[in-house]
Design a protein around this ligand. Sequence first.
Ligand code: ADP
Ligand code: ZN
Ligand code: ZN
Length: 742
Amino acid sequence: MYADIIIDLIHENVDRVFQYIVPSQLEGKVKEGMEVLVPFGAGNKRKKGYIIGFSEKCNYDSSKMKEIYEISDKAVQIEGRLVLLAGWIKENYGGTMIQALKTVLPVKQKRREKISRTIRLLLNEDEARKKLEEFLHRNMKARARVLAELMDNKELPETLIIKKLNITRNVIKTLEEQRIVSVESERVYRNPIQHTQRTASIVTYTQEQQNAITQFKEDYCSGIRKTYLIHGITGSGKTEVYMEMIEEVVREGKQAIFLIPEIALTYQTVMRFYRRFGDRVSIMNSRLSEGEKYDQMIRAKNGEIDVMIGPRSALFTPFARLGLIVIDEEHEATYKSEQIPRYHARETARRRAEMEGASVVLGSATPSVDSYYKALHGEYTLLELKRRATGQELPQMYTVDLREELKKGNRSIISDRLKTLIEERLEKKEQIILFINRRGYAGFVSCRSCGYVAKCPHCDVALSSHKNDKLVCHYCGYEESMQTSCPKCKSRHIGGFKAGTQQIEEIVEKEFPTAKVLRMDMDTTKEKGGHAKILSAFANEEADILIGTQMIVKGHDFPNVTLVGILAADLSLYANDYRAGERTFQLLTQAGGRAGRAEKKGEVVIQTYSPEHYCIQTAAQQSYEAFYQAEINYRELMGYPPAEQLLAIYMTSRDEQLLERGAFFLKEYAERVNKRKEYQIIGPVSPYIEKINDVYRKLIYIKQERYDMLIDMKDFLEKYIEMNSGFQKIKIQFDFNPVNVF
Ligand code: ADP
Ligand code: ZN
Ligand code: ZN
């Protein structure tokens, strides 16, 4: 018997399968997905490796073949199916097989089992009394204490005896050996969710909810497995629909994974699931201890739970009977891994579901353009929830043109309209959120008089300003020099955007001296729990106004907030990236969703220098469809995903010259592969951040309509990189349809 093994080394040049002999003493014991120790290289160093398959036939010179040393008994075994999924991840996202295997195994080390022991007295009353006398007589105080306690209680948990009576385990052992007590061990699982009573659901579904549920159930019962996209506005009752779908799947004896961004994984959400599914549900998140995580995985593996809730990595829960994967807030960027392999949970979920006969349900109030595109092209089944389940109204949205404010002589970051509304709320003792989005902000230059924004003539994304007074495009490298007056209206009010949360806090405190203000940003949330502290203070109405960055828009419910002010919508709109518009629309919609969640109707003020921009207009109209139409036209025109597929190649090195040469040669090679001009190859260019911690960065983009052709290109480039020593000191990563800016 021979085993195919992937050795645990990150080097590209050992990223292949090695065959080892399975020694007779291990035959029947080794399994696919197990971690083993093997001799490796000339010195036969002990290395870890994973078994990914077996064969009867020896593919190499059998006299040179080495034997597996042993099974590493501390490591967790990867399920066979997840080994296959790892292969797919490696193929589709680049990186090595060992990196892919580690990805599908979120908990790698076995943890000590938690055992609960019960001590029971074996003697009858008479015998016990005699023994006690004997112990006291012989001055065996510890034994006497245990015995006396057990005479009162007959049986006690060991932990209690050890802690309360200050007894060592040895004493208990001795008593056990003398057949005075018995010790019974039972494995207990660390359970992150405290037990709660299961309560039946009492909602009557709305017609829209019912339609979505019925369609899913009919498909599921007739064996149809596919991907659904639930497009439902905030509060339309998506979570209720997910739970009903999951219950259906569980009723059929299957298991379900519910993915949710960690930041949105609130106590309330978990409790809703817990009330419905009792202790057949569990969670995975970064706050759990390693022991807790390990136990959840074992429970899943043993089929002791039906539903796993968690962030991206919970996708690899080792369920044996997977029936459904739900991805809530499917548009969120956190579903894309920022480490090699840069997999996307959405695509990987579809692959896993296909392999294991499961369905996938994606849901969002603002679906990603990618998913909506697939839904309109028939790849996903679209389910729509257009009304709030509680019948509550959507907030009123206003746009304020900041150019007009400037004309009126108001240079403050707070428009007259917003000011009036804030005063009104302060009077009524209702709360206000002021939101400044700096995510993706990359120093664009704009005119405060007319709203002009400096953009790349080739790529139609905003240029970023650099210290040397240059404006640069980070897709194609186009450069121009910084203007001192607006090319459109000649105004001198042209420049970068300067607004931090701290400055805003000062302005707000000056304009509204009686208001109590809280600020939430990177600075105020540095300490552990700082985030939660501010949120709960605001929820307890200890402040009137909360100022914050994108951190505050997600998932939190503040029933007394009736006004949300978006101070400068342009900040995210003009990020140097083709997804800037999509992200802005999502943020505006989510921020809007914070206003008026309870009985009180909310209002939202969007301040902008670009009120005519389609993202602002469609967000104000609260029309996802209108946004999508405009956005897809732009993507098609410019050849961005999903109209075309984009492969980004990130290259980093401490050696600037080496990196420059490497990037040049890689591009040259790509051009050689591209004899028939089927690909569009752009770069190499420097990203917005050219250097981090003395590590230089470069990137190349490759566009093609077909994903599989981009994979072919990646394979060619990987081989080329592997064979050329010039790349050894350069780290190269592939990123398909990048979500976050490099
Ligand atoms: P979403 O996930 O789309 O934001 P939720 O499922 O959280 O929506 O529902 C929003 C609120 O409406 C919740 O408080 C939920 O309990 C309530 N809700 C959902 N469906 C119904 C229904 N059919 N009838 C009454 N209330 C509902
Ligand atoms: Zn201008
Ligand atoms: Zn450009």
